[in-house]
Design a binder for this molecule. Structure first.
Ligand SMILES: Cc1cc2nc3c(=O)[nH]c(=O)nc-3n(C[C@H](O)[C@H](O)[C@H](O)COP(=O)(O)O)c2cc1C
Length: 207
């Protein structure tokens, strides 16, 4: 069976139920499934088909423990910079940041993490479609995922942990695992509000 033939979930079902899964079971992900996710990732469009994306897969428990601590530091550094929060008591009740804070605590326990990387200076649009392909393929295999980002404060230490050269940039970090909870649906603005036809602000025919 190839990666292509393993991904049999209808694309609509995958897209409409793929959501941020932050609570992960500790069960390991079979390596052939990880292979399928990476096969899907590299099929993504990218400028000039130069294929700059590189994917650092981490499954080693000792490395994940160390990475988890750095992710936790990065997540709180972002909250400090953007919201001026310094502890969970600062997060408004009911905010989805509560869940993100829990992921920051639990990243160390994720069965696997993929760092989506490329040569420093690569345009993000040439890299991020691969992350979405990877997450949709994960959904098709009942594997939860969420796109997250790091913070410059930990960049050097993360790259040192995985022996990554200085000219490699980490675009995002995707924990993977079987969900504690359920996939989709997601809540998004209606396309009548987000799509225009032929002129900015002109409503689409279905609005
Ligand atoms: C650029 C980007 C950065 C994100 N950073 C984080 C993050 O640091 N931590 C986190 O838990 N989720 C992060 N997310 C996930 C978003 O919060 C999530 O995609 C969004 O809230 C929609 O969630 P849903 O698909 O479950 O509705 C990020 C997503 C994107 C696209």
């Amino acid at each position: 069976m190839t990666s292509q033939t393993r991904l049999t979930m209808p694309i609509g079902e995958a897209m409409f139920s793929q959501r941020a899964i932050r609570k992960l079971r500790p069960d390991p992900i079979p390596v052939e499934d990880i292979h399928t996710l990476l096969d899907a990732a590299v099929k993504a469009p990218n400028g000039g088909n130069h294929q700059p994306g590189r994917f650092m897969v981490v499954t080693d428990r000792a490395l994940l423990q160390q990475f988890g601590a750095l992710y936790h530091e990065a997540w709180w550094a972002k909250r400090r910079d953007r919201e001026k929060w310094s502890s969970k008591a600062d997060i408004p009740p009911g905010s989805q940041y509560q869940h993100a804070a829990q992921l920051a605590d639990e990243m160390k326990d994720a069965p696997a993490v993929v760092l989506v990387c490329a040569p420093r200076g690569t345009a993000a649009p040439s890299v991020l479609p691969s992350a979405q392909n990877l997450m949709l393929a994960a959904r098709a295999l009942e594997i939860g995922s969420v796109l997250t980002m790091l913070h410059p404060q930990v960049d050097e230490r993360v790259r040192a942990l995985f022996r990554m050269p200085a000219d490699v940039e980490i675009f995002c970090c995707i924990p993977l695992g079987y969900p504690r909870g359920k996939f989709g649906p997601t809540t998004r603005l209606p396309t009548a509000k987000t799509a225009f036809f032929n002129a900015w602000g002109a409503p689409p025919p279905w609005s």
